[in-house]
Design a binder for this molecule. Structure first.
Ligand code: FE2
Ligand code: FE2
Length: 166
């Protein structure tokens, strides 16, 4: 292991810690531990600081033009290769809830790929994309533009499950 690998490992670990603490914070909130929820939230935010610092140190934050290409590549890989394989394996192992969570992510990555492609098309003509509002389904992650749909096209959740991105 050299420092480059260590940075990558630390980035992955801090990123995961951020998401875990966010989930733990929500759970603490549900259980009525409001102050412990805040502690998890604070730690989660600190892990984000670490993760972003590691990422910048690896020079993996480039111009928006480059970042869009990187983002698109990731979404396309997940949609075309990673999740289809994961879904197949979950099926063959009868892991239904894993299959469902992979399937939700898989369908939404395609939506993200399309959104990024449009942003790439805009930036190629030197422009930002049109101003809009985004809503994210809190069950499957489906990302809607403009307004939230009455029913989520990916998971069927009702409109109230959509959260406005601020
Ligand atoms: Fe995505
Ligand atoms: Fe959904």
């Amino acid at each position: 292991m050299g420092t480059d690998e260590n940075l990558q490992t630390a980035f992955a670990g801090e990123s995961q810690a951020n998401r875990k603490y966010t989930a733990f914070s929500r759970k603490a909130e549900q259980e009525g531990f409001t102050n412990i929820a805040q502690l998890f939230k604070a730690a989660a935010e600190a892990e984000t600081v670490h993760a972003l610092s590691h990422l910048r140190t690896m020079k993996q934050v480039e111009s928006t033009n480059e970042n869009l290409k990187t983002a698109l590549e990731g979404e396309v890989y997940e949609h075309n290769k990673m999740y289809p394989e994961f879904i197949k394996e979950a099926e063959s192992e009868n892991r239904n809830s894993a299959k469902i969570t992979f399937n939700y992510a898989n369908q939404v990555e395609k939506v993200h790929a399309d959104l990024y492609q449009r942003a790439i098309d805009a930036i190629n003509t030197g422009k930002d994309i049109e101003k809009t509002q985004y809503f994210v389904c809190q069950t499957c992650g489906y990302t809607a533009e403009g307004e939230s749909p009455d029913t989520c096209p990916v998971c069927g959740s009702p409109k109230q499950r959509f959260k406005l991105v601020e």
